[in-house]
Design a protein around this ligand. Sequence first.
Ligand code: ADP
Ligand code: ASP
Ligand code: MG
Length: 414
Amino acid sequence: MEIIIKKFGGSSVGSVDRIKKVARMIVSSKKKNQGLVVVVSAMGDTTDRLIDMAYKVNPYPDARELDMLLSTGEQVSISLLAMAILNLGNSVVSLTGPQVGIYTDKIHKRARIVEVKTTRIMKELHKNKIVIVAGFQGVNQNNDITTLGRGGSDTTAVALAAALNAKKCEIYTDVDGVYSGDPRMIENAYKLKEISYDEMLEMASLGAKVLHPRAVELAKQYNVKLEVKSSFSDERGTEVKGVDEMEGVLRVSGVTCDKKIAKIAILKVPDKPGVAYKVFNNLSKANIYVDMIIQSIRHDNVNDISFTVPEDDLDETIAIMEKTADELGAEGIVYDKHVAKVSIIGAGMGNKSRVAMKMFQALAEEGINIQMISTSEIKISCLIDLNSAEKAMKAIHNKFLVNGIEIVKKQSVV
Ligand code: ADP
Ligand code: ASP
Ligand code: MG
């Protein structure tokens, strides 16, 4: 049986009317002898509202209870969508993550899928039912519900595509593909016809929320055919694929901005071996994702170590760093939420110093100060003041992707 996975995000199922529209789309796309598995997110801003409520009853909500709460959002949409499809006369069944058998590790709020059982889904598909699966959730060894991190429904879809050996995984959202920058921020951003897994992974990890980073990682690992497209139109979207399958290679494919980031520094730690190890060992034990790291040397054999973490993990990081500062005899810690990370991504950046020079020039021309810099094979990121984020993105986009069109092969652009 040929299996297709379709995933609809929060805005695509944001109202009863939209759910009915998605139901019609699903029913009309259903072909004979084809297994259709649909993954849905919570309606509209449901997850945000649930988080809000949690913080209102407790400023430090328990991670297990938070997962219990957040998973309800997706349960609302799967049941409503199933009812809408039944109303159109098709057979369908809705399933939660635990009912499918989406097993994760034990980490609440950002669990990773470790196994996906296919028995229940296959049984339903063989009964010719459309299967609707709740995104973003799984179950751990203790039989507790876990969630996969914000935006995690994409990951559910790709994990199912890999486990079911699906022909294709289509991610339907409120934009019609992956753009050279967030189309809501950059008016002259253009749609990419295709993008490599590696570039997409960097873009996703650096703040382009159009795809969840873990979804891209899994798609690459299992070679899942992935397409991002609009749930409101029939237009062709953006294909995410291996570099070797691409028609043309983009040198610089996009700019991203991550505003949900915070900077934290531990001040005046002794300049001796093992100090950085101690700092990052404590963070890694707590599963905190650390990104840009800078060690700046002071006089008198002491250093400052600064790094960035996701804003959501700041409270936990502060607690860990205060303890670490005590243990190391450091002066203390400082932190700043008012920062943003702007990045430029491209599989073949070629001369890195030229790309870096142009990026720094774009920021300098706007009078924007760079607080931290980090690079990898296919990206350069700068940490700047939050207030300058949009100005910076536009300036960088203009420098590389509009005026600097010479570094983009035309056939890769739709
Ligand atoms: P969904 O609810 O369907 O999962 P998301 O809100 O998670 O949708 O992701 C879609 C949003 O991602 C778009 O509305 C867009 O503003 C944003 N976005 C950021 N960067 C990009 C980009 N480079 N290309 C397309 N969309 C982007
Ligand atoms: N509902 C979850 C969120 O808002 C998961 C998702 O939308 O992918 O983050
Ligand atoms: Mg999303």
